[in-house]
Design a protein around this ligand. Structure first.
Ligand code: ADP
Ligand code: MG
Length: 623
């Protein structure tokens, strides 16, 4: 039999390749915008007709191409961005496959004009269905202009497959916004059928987000900025109260490339735990910078998916960064972190407006300026102690502050210390009365007053303890190193048959938390031991009963088993409102609360503390 295998002609091979890269007008816009960014453009204009079906014109002022490169750029696998396989692991450009122009030229009528600024004349190339129609010298502004006309003109099936103009436009705007957000230093405009839809002057990220999402978005943005040995995380999250029911304002960029990741999205959602109403999504725009050798972006031709060598680590850092940011924001209005001048400074700093002339690299350093919004810290190991360090700042300089406190504050301190003298030390020891302004004290055996340099915190002891225990239990599930206090005499616990089923299901988990409970069959359990550090002298049977109640009522929340157990046990074991605490106990509670990742809310969503600001108090007395 004769040989039958043939190589496909380029035009067909390109058309097949185009099927993957170019699905709709939005894909063309994305590829051409990325090329313009890679070419170092500082200004990019997009002009569209009929949602890009009739025309996509993109004008950039980037580096342009030589005559030979102009011709080469339309060849498949022709790229100036990588040379060999090892370059694949340190990709810093948006493109690298050398497929886009070849694909576009296979399925549209393309005209390109390009000129390098050192040359007087540029090159004009017309190419249709992979066939070069014209190549000639031409007058052209420095940079590159593409005209893509009649996409899929030669593949009627695909052209018919395109959706309505409004749907195609939405896809285009999605791509446009992602690239505009990732490159705030670049000036962008977008016109559709002669209407200007976007005019985005060069600026910083906050300004860019405000130009895209509207002026009212400014006050919603909470800056995020953390750096570790492995990743740098920068950007903004929306304040929880502005969460929306519909998605659409969630953006991850890894090394400035937009990506989608349900897994990392989950990290953000869990950082917002309890802060958002049910089924609402927070807005976020987060840039994850990571050594390119730790990721593989070569997963999908449209490159929205990405593989990390350690995705769990990135998840963890993201979650902690966002929590820190929300934490700073929650107290920011009333507490004076050292860095506050930067916080107010960067909204007004006029110098930052003049970004047009700054090189792109500068913009990155500006992003890291936000770092000063959060207290300087070593983020290498985001853990309890580093969080505690942050909070300690609230208390720092308390003494000095008192010295030059405003008159009204002075007065209150005097009254307080006068009262102390009459009560003497014994009261202080019990901790139920404020002996010195530095020691915490309890009111109504429910709230703890704790002085900080700008005022005081009122801490709900029960909510705070629930938070502390909850995080502790979650940690124990991970670490599995709970200590058990053996009971001198094992206690028997009898429950209803239904409860016995529930308890049986929970048993392996709660024993991980330091319980030592044995299933004795016939609705009977024997408690041999309880967690060493949690239940000093508490009634273990009662705790288990309360735990069961709580667990059952949480079932509606559809939490995972461990989360439910951690919440339920935190709730049943926490110290209650009305319990007298010693100063030492209060201090320990405060320290542990602020070592938590999420000190603001109890697991059920109550505030753990409220801040009172001296200035605000003074104003209240004045009015
Ligand atoms: P890739 O971007 O993956 O390299 P493309 O097919 O998108 O592949 O582009 C091929 C080459 O054409 C690029 O590597 C670049 O050298 C050149 N090029 C494309 N667009 C532009 C542009 N707007 N300005 C300058 N050079 C460009
Ligand atoms: Mg490209």
């Amino acid at each position: 039999m004769a040989d039958i295998i043939q190589l496909l002609p380029d035009s067909i091979a390109n058309q097949i390749a185009a099927g993957e890269v170019i699905q709709r007008p939005a894909s063309v816009v994305k590829e051409l915008l990325e090329n313009a960014i890679d070419a170092g453009a500082t200004s990019i204009q997009v002009i569209l007709k009929d949602a890009g079906k009739a025309l996509i014109q993109i004008i950039d002022n980037g580096c342009g191409m030589s005559e030979t490169d102009a011709r080469m750029s339309f060849e498949r696998h022709a790229t100036s961005k990588i040379r060999d396989a090892k370059d694949l692991f340190c990709i810093k450009t948006m493109g690298f496959r050398g497929e886009a122009l070849a694909s576009i030229a296979a399925v549209a009528q393309v005209e390109m004009r390009t000129r390098q600024h050192i040359h007087d004349l540029g090159t004009r190339i017309v190419i249709e269905g992979s066939a070069v129609k014209t190549q000639e010298p031409c007058q052209a502004p420095s940079g590159t202009t593409f005209f893509i006309k009649n996409l899929f003109y030669n593949i009627p099936a695909r052209r018919n497959f395109l959706k309505s103009d409004s749907v195609e436009m939405r896809h285009i705007l999605d791509e446009f916004q992602r690239i505009a957000i990732a490159n705030p230093e670049v000036h962008f405009t977008l016109h559709h059928n002669n209407n200007e839809l976007f005019h985005l002057p060069s600026g910083n990220l906050r300004q860019r987000l405000v130009s895209i999402f509207g002026a009212q978005s400014n006050k919603k943005l909470v800056p995020v900025s953390e750096e570790t040995d492995v990743v740098r995380i920068n950007g903004f999250v929306g304040k929880p109260e502005f969460g929306k029911k519909t998605r659409g304002e969630q953006f991850f960029f890894v090394n400035n490339r937009f990506i989608k990741s349900a897994y990392l999205h989950h990290a953000i959602m869990s950082a917002f735990e309890n802060l958002l109403p049910d089924d609402a999504y927070p807005m976020y725009v987060l840039f994850i910078d990571i050594d390119p050798s730790r990721i593989d972006i070569n997963v999908h031709p449209t490159k929205q998916e990405i593989k990390f060598d350690d995705e769990r680590l990135v998840y963890h850092y993201l979650r902690v960064s966002v929590r820190h940011a929300l934490g700073q924001y929650a107290v920011m209005p009333s507490l004076d972190f050292d860095a506050e001048p930067t916080f107010t400074g960067y909204e007004t700093a006029a110098g930052r407006q003049n970004k047009e002339t700054k090189p792109a690299a500068d913009n990155r350093s500006e992003k890291s300026d936000w770092g000063r919004i959060t207290p300087p810290q070593n983020f290498a190991a985001p853990n309890a102690s580093s969080n505690l360090q942050n909070w300690k700042k609230l208390y720092e300089g308390l003494e000095e502050n008192d010295g030059d406190a405003p008159e009204s504050a002075q007065a209150s301190i005097t009254i307080e210390s006068a009262a102390t003298e009459t009560e003497t030390e014994s009261a202080t020891e019990q901790g139920t009365f404020g002996g010195s302004q530095k020691l915490p004290y309890q009111i109504h055996n429910t709230y703890i007053v704790s002085h900080i340099k700008s005022g005081f915190l009122l801490i709900d002891q029960q909510a705070a303890h629930e938070r502390i225990l909850y995080e502790r239990y979650l940690e124990l599930f991970e670490k599995k190193e709970a200590g058990t206090q053996q009971e001198l005499f094992p206690r028997t616990l009898r429950v209803s048959p239904a409860d016995a089923e529930v308890l049986r299901e929970m048993l392996p988990q709660i024993n991980m938390l330091g319980f030592d409970i044995q299933d004795f069959g016939a609705d009977t359990f024997v408690i041999h031991g309880t967690p060493a550090d949690v239940f000093a002298g508490d009634d273990s049977q009662k705790t288990i009963e309360k735990l069961l109640e709580q667990f059952k009522s949480n079932l509606e929340l559809k939490l995972d088993l461990r989360d439910n157990i951690a919440r339920s046990l935190a709730r049943s074991a926490a110290i209650k409102r009305g319990k007298v605490l010693t100063v030492l106990e209060m201090q320990e509670l405060i320290d542990k609360l602020f070592a938590c990742q999420m000190p603001f809310k109890s697991p059920t969503g109550r505030n753990c503390f409220i801040t009172f600001d001296l200035d605000e108090l003074r104003r209240k007395f004045e009015s």
